[in-house]
Design a protein around this ligand. Structure first.
Ligand code: FAD
Length: 443
């Protein structure tokens, strides 16, 4: 998994080498170098900023991100399981600044796509020639009666990294032995399709080793799920008396429709209710709020042209990462970074009046199911059209099997650790490698 940045930029995205790009003559822009504003310093936004800066150091690139540190959701389940520290999944933006990107620690509050400006909560408006919107997700709190940002402090979703991740781990540590953990999993599409089941394995591992009388009950709005055979095998082999998973079926709908943060009650549409000692409620999701307020959404998500992730709703605006909907490509950090390569290449080609080559994308999602045991799913994605609709078609898909050998699973685990290291260095600059060791307190 090494070298995804340049390889994907050069080969998958453009077919044009970085050397070629930097030798292109600069367009006669009205006032100095082109201004690129990027909203959101997650994998999508940070990767676009880095790709653009390395392709054309003269570009004026501003990354707007309110947080001073970014805690990755990817590998956060390993933190819950006790295999990683919180510190090892939290990164600052010093490396981004070092690359010559202007970092504005602020929140974008509005986008004027006619005047081509972004307004900020604290600072002056930012004019742009090209805008990249990568704000990730927000939650549809009203889909679950009784759930709200306040209730999430008691029943954490931990589906955005940082405080929520920390909170869920603290609540796991405080769980009485014999306590019941209840997890609510939403309908598709949502951030990281296999994420809830990796989380179930990591919580179950934590319970098995720390609170052996505790149980985990999962209520799932879906009938089937990503890497299902692998996860079901893992539940059976490692967590038989700990995990109970309830998938929606023809008779019962296990979507969680109501919670009571004061009592711990979690109720499904089918009418089953459990009193949780700890509830992990992952609500249905939508694009980050700024996307909707700027008119970039259709329904919950931002429609984009699959060949370059340009918004279908506004000129000179791109949306990528989890906020965009480009079925059948799943919402993952790997996908966001792959999309970022294409977006950067498209911006460079556009600014220089060069042909814009349709993107090719790639995704892999790894999930840890037990110590030294990870599974993966992935494939390449190419723009296609069916029944007059554009989408991204998966090519050469691959998926781990339930009966893979222990050796193969160990290798896949190592691959995922290498990927984590590569992607965070790509996004945030130099990051010391972190051991993956049981360390339950996890400072
Ligand atoms: P984000 O990472 O959410 O980044 C968006 C950024 O935009 C945030 O930092 C936010 O502060 C900022 N922002 C929002 N609004 C504004 C605004 N108005 N102004 C300025 N900034 C703003 N993916 C994988 O590839 N592999 C995995 O193993 C994996 N595991 C996961 C496990 C879990 C438990 C979860 C929840 C997710 C996992 N993912 C994984 C998915 C991955 O975390 C997301 O797909 C990825 O973070 C999406 O990147 P993004 O840049 O679109 O959004």
């Amino acid at each position: 998994m090494t070298g995804i940045t340049r390889r994907e930029f050069n080969v998958l995205a453009t077919g044009v080498s970085l050397a070629t790009v930097s030798q292109l003559s600069r367009p006669a822009l009205a006032a100095g170098p082109a201004k690129i504003v990027i909203i959101g310093g997650g994998p999508g936004g940070a990767a676009v900023a880095n790709r653009l800066k390395s392709a054309d150091p003269a570009l004026d690139i501003t990354l707007v991100e309110p947080k001073e540190k970014y805690t990755t959701c990817f590998y956060s389940n390993l933190y819950l399981g006790g295999f990683r520290s919180f510190k090892s999944i939290t990164h600052d933006y010093a490396g981004v600044k070092k690359r010559g990107i202007t970092l504005v620690t602020d929140t974008a509050t509005g986008i004027d796509t006619t005047a081509k400006t972004v307004t900020l909560a604290k600072g002056s408006p930012l004019p742009y020639d090209r805008l990249v919107v990568a704000p990730g997700i927000d939650f549809k709190y009203d889909a679950i009666e009784g759930y709200s940002p306040e209730a999430a402090k008691i029943m954490p979703h931990a589906w955005q990294g940082g405080e929520q991740t920390w909170l869920l781990k603290e609540k796991l540590l405080a769980l009485p032995d014999g306590g019941l953990v209840v997890m609510a999993v939403p309908q598709n599409p949502y951030r990281c399709p296999p994420g809830p089941y990796e989380r179930a394995c990591m919580i179950a591992h934590f319970l098995k080793t720390r609170k052996p009388k505790a149980k985990l009950v999962i209520f799932d709005a879906k009938k089937t799920f990503s890497k299902q055979a692998v996860f079901e095998q893992a539940f059976d082999e490692y967590y038989k008396d700990i995990v109970e998973i309830n998938l929606t079926n023809e008779i019962d709908d296990f979507s969680v429709v109501k919670v009571n943060a004061a009592t711990g009650a979690v109720t499904t549409k089918a009418g089953r209710a459990e009193r949780a000692a700890l509830a992990n409620i992952i609500p249905p999701q939508k694009a980050g709020a700024i996307a909707a307020s700027a008119g970039l959404t259709e329904g919950d998500w931002c429609p984009v042209h699959p060949e370059n992730f340009a918004s279908t709703k506004a000129k000179d605006v791109y949306v990528l990462g989890d906020a965009a909907i480009a079925l059948d490509m799943p919402k993952s950090a790997y996908s966001a970074v792959s999309q970022a390569s294409v977006v950067a290449a498209d911006i460079i080609a556009d600014l220089h009046g060069k042909p814009r080559v349709p993107g090719r994308y790639r995704n892999t999602c790894w999930s840890m199911v037990a110590p030294d045991n990870s599974a993966k799913i992935g494939g390449d994605y190419v723009p296609a059209t069916k029944d007059g609709k554009s989408y991204l078609e998966v090519k050469d898909p691959f998926i781990s099997k339930a009966d893979d050998s222990a050796d193969l699973r160990r290798q896949v685990f190592q691959e995922s650790a290498d990927w984590y290291q590569t992607i965070v260095e790509d996004l945030f600059g130099e990051v010391p490698p972190q051991p993956t060791l049981p360390n339950f307190r996890n400072p």
